[in-house]
Design a protein around this ligand. Sequence first.
Ligand SMILES: *Cc1c(COP(=O)(O)O)cnc(C)c1O
Length: 377
Amino acid sequence: MPGFLPYGRQTIDDDDIAAVAEALRSDYLTTGPRVDAFEAAFAERVGAKHAVACSNGTAALHMATIALGVGPGDVCIVPAITFLATANCVRFQGGDVIFADVDPLTGLMTQATLAEALDQAGGAVRAVLPVHLAGRQCDMPAIKMLADEAGAAVVEDACHALGSVADFGQAGDCAYSAMAGFSFHPVKTIATGEGGMVTTNDAELAAKLRLARSHGMVREGMSEPWAYEQRMLGYNYRLPDLNCALGLSQLHKLDAFVERRRMLASRYDELLRPMNAVSVITTEGRPGFHLYVALIDFEAAGVSRAEVMARLAEQGVGSQVHYIPVQTQPYYRDRYGDQHLPGAAAWYERCLSLPLYPGMADDDPGRVVEALSKALS
Ligand SMILES: *Cc1c(COP(=O)(O)O)cnc(C)c1O
């Protein structure tokens, strides 16, 4: 019996372990030279001027809303299909969220759904936070143009998109945004345990991100050797040297990880395309494929998603749903009332994430698709 295939997992080799062991033997467990090295390598890799490491992807997005100065009364637009953190980072600062609908065939915020949300806002919008779901990049030139017209900043939630390339650029290069946030949770493209990063091309924003990461505190340039000065309200969102050692080692393998994800995803595309009730998502550009999502018409197949997931699990295949529309969560419903977003509802009804990670064997997509066709019949 072959092993269980989770929907995602990290790929850790001996050289990753050696890099962490070396950090453990060094003088630094928290902030040390590996933080700077990881940030510099990351900025270089995604093509941004600055990168600020932090404790997780949620902290990355929160630091971005702090750096923008989002506060009570500010409205920000977030797509309905995302992880909770994209909306929560606005609420952390006391801002309010307007949920944009998504394209039912990609799960992405589009020019049209953003235009609708801007209309709904009616007045000033502080920021727009597009999410590159599954590693597919939103149409950033179009989103940036609408955001500019509305006087809103753009913050990319690029947690799914490390290594994604589109014709207009690479996720995290911030060519069409003020900042981009990443996560290094074990299911993401590279892993540091917990971990995150914000990239930006704006030195002033980078300085604010660093303040937000460490208590709003500055030590440099003080007249007394013990002195530090708190200039704003900040947090402890630092990423330890240990985790940065792992991040740096993982980053060296990013190209290989993404290549492998693309190969496995195209294998899934081939195998799933002929299946009844299953749609393969059209792919533009070169996504990093954090997830492989199939769209399944469970009604046509005559079996519920819960049943399909249970039948897959019995055959050793993990699956997951990304995501429940955020505006339907009790916290947001209590605050904003019921809101039906048809694109998000259609996506949610049909999406199913299948196992995808670099450590999968060449014939694992075949095994998954065979299990899926059994589960659907
Ligand atoms: C993973 C993820 C986050 C949060 O990252 P953490 O590191 O888990 O805090 C935010 N947004 C999206 C889209 C994610 O997938």
